[in-house]
Design a protein around this ligand. Sequence first.
Ligand code: AMP
Length: 449
Amino acid sequence: MEHFSEFNLTPELYRAIEHLGYSKPTPIQQSSFSKICSGRDLVGIAQTGTGKTMAYTLPLLRNLSKPTQNSPRILILVPTRELVLQVVESINNLCTELSFKTIGVFGGTNINTQKREVEEGADIIVATPGRLYDLALTRALRLKGIQKLVIDEVDVMLDLGFRYQLINIFDVLPEQRQNIMFSATMTTDVDELITSFFKAPNKVSTAISGTPLKNIKQYRFDVANYNSKVNLLNFLLKEKEHYNKVLVFVDQKRIADRLFNQIALNFANECAVLHSNKSQNYRTNAIEEFKTGCSRILITTDIMARGIDINDISHVISFNTPAFPENYMHRIGRTGRAEKKGESILFSTKTEQDQRMGIETYMDFKIECLEWPDEVDVSNELMPEEKNSKEPYNPHKKRNDDVPGPAFHEKKEKNKKVNLGGSYRKTIAKKYKKPKTKGDKNFNRRKRK
Ligand code: AMP
């Protein structure tokens, strides 16, 4: 099925695809279309950027009977609020001439407004698991009509601890339904979920995870410490034409904020930060500004950036070296999309070298190491977390400090128990004698009389 013409779509869907400018289905769309249409459960392994959203929305829309805008028939679960908005937008793009109603629900916003909205009815619900379950519990949202369940980015969902919420949701859905699941990686947790809840699913997958995309050039720098990384990043970002849309990854929200404040000193109006502690409005604005090019630099964390579809990213800079090679793969996959060229630059300190080598082994690819630019200062100043790096054994630690001090007062003579060894039970047995028969509670009492 290499052409949309083989999909046997309705004229409305064909016109929508033409309007979107898509000339042919992507590989994941080609391989999942007929499998989803067959009605059997499906597990797809595909990363964002492969066209996986339309790989499930297109066959589902093609087979969805006429709009009722009443009780929802399709439920799509995604891990983040940003993805809810993105999937709703992608469905609406396909439904310009169709009157299916799609509602997106997610936490962090007023539940009563959402209750009223879902009570009015919909054909498709796109939701984060927590808010969906809350709405189902209040009976504002009835799920008895759901025929198709899609869980997107399952691996992220399980990483975020949504497992029990997913199981609770399965419980309130009709048993007769088609399950469709997409994940970027196949982890043990994902596999366990599939075996427990899916019925003999069909499987489709795109590139094996761990294969670096051909159109991404990968480089790395060996960097002395955090502050030298900041100096290097400032230096690189000065070349505005070359670094025209840069996604900078860090491993913690706290560090994202700190780095943002430091980078904003030089690039005040070109820089934004995005992580899950920011308000929904802030998050939506940060993405929008980066998408439209209003901000050139976006500093973010791994979870937040997964699944977000932003085109034309020129550079992905890994400010830290991820401990999990899969995270590195997801990071670099944000550039070099849709056959475009992209660059990835990895910063590693001495303590991050093992992680860097782990990534290279995972990819079976050596990342080219670039020379430190003469113009960039190597800082000697360490950050608090770098000073407190905990060694498993610290030979300089004063052992005497560890000895507990004397008691506040001397114990009374009768309290000075000395452990002479032997078990407590033996002492008790000697004192009271062993009962002759099991269960004869009165034996000792009789003897004492
Ligand atoms: P996704 O993997 O669903 O996040 O999609 C990544 C990007 O690919 C989105 O911007 C889609 O609009 C785009 N896309 C989806 N299907 C196609 C297609 N058949 N041809 C070209 N672009 C597509």
